[in-house]
Design a protein around this ligand. Structure first.
Ligand SMILES: [Zn+2]
Length: 279
């Protein structure tokens, strides 16, 4: 098992698991469209309209209440292993990016991360499990439903191991880094090629994080392979061949398995975010 124990824990993880939607639904369908067209969801899958309506229905039926942690099911009430793991991955990532930004005379503002199940509210609209782990640039928050990883393994191969999960979290952190650098705007999202370039850059940033952890001997044996397997599993060609039975590159949003593995490997081998070519 990877040695996460030595990593400092982020205090920016909020556990909403078991709380349903938990907060008032303030947005509209337009905000969901923003999130999806930003291409920041992990899979980049277009959520079918029926699903969107279904989710909206669920959310709108929720009462307008503050998050009340005492109503959280007992299994999530304390900091369980998964929450601690998430805090360690985010905390180590905060340290890395704080240093990188400082070396460039910039200040890194730490992202937040929300753990949830099913659906929850984000400033981008609705965060749902169907979208997969994703980053909302409006509230600087990563939304993560860890049951995604079983789904990832079941549908697309890949790994449910912790290093695979850390890759996914740090890929989303990569979008936060892009957001901090002003790289996420309408212009950069305007073409398919530039959207894919942002995704591959986020994979490379995840590799840079993995490089830093490998320097500290966090990974044991061949554990890093989990991250490579996950990057291959979420390649557009793999997802397309498993969901639609054929590969249509004109519809790619994140890059092929080969491109994603290559991008991660570039960051992992060099440890240099400057090698993570974006646009
Ligand atoms: Zn992404």
């Amino acid at each position: 098992m990877a040695r996460w124990g030595g990593l400092s824990r982020s205090r920016n993880v909020e556990d909403r698991r078991g709380l349903g939607g938990g907060v008032a639904f303030a947005g509209g369908g337009g905000l969901i469209a923003i999130l999806i067209t930003l291409g920041l969801s992990y899979f980049g899958l277009q959520v079918p309209q029926s699903t969107v309506e279904e989710i909206l229905g669920q959310i709108q039926s929720l009462q307008s209440t503050e998050v009340d942690e005492s109503s959280q099911p007992v299994e999530f009430r304390d900091d369980d292993d998964y929450q601690v793991f998430t805090e360690q991955v985010l905390g180590s990532s905060d340290e890395l990016w704080t240093d990188v930004f400082a070396a460039n005379n910039r200040t890194y503002e730490q992202p937040r991360l929300v753990l949830f199940r099913g659906v929850t509210q984000s400033a981008c609209g609705v965060a749902s499990s169907q979208v997969g782990p994703h980053y909302c640039p409006i509230d600087n928050t990563i939304y993560l439903d860890e049951t995604f990883f079983q789904e990832l393994k079941r549908r697309f191969g890949g790994s449910t191991g912790e290093v695979a999960q850390a890759y996914v979290i740090t890929h989303e952190v990569g979008h936060h880094v892009q957001n901090q650098l002003g790289a996420l705007n309408a212009r950069t999202q305007s073409s398919r090629d530039s959207a894919i370039a942002l995704e591959l850059q986020a994979d490379c940033y995840a590799g840079v994080w993995a490089h830093a952890q490998s320097q500290d001997d966090v990974f044991q044996g061949g554990e890093i392979q989990q991250a490579l397997d996950a990057a291959a599993a979420v390649g557009d060609d793999n997802i397309q061949s498993k969901t639609q039975g054929r590969v249509t590159p004109e519809n790619w949003t994140h890059g092929s398995s080969e491109q994603r593995v290559e991008a991660f490997t570039t960051g992992y081998e060099t440890g240099d975010p400057g090698e993570c070519v974006g646009l």
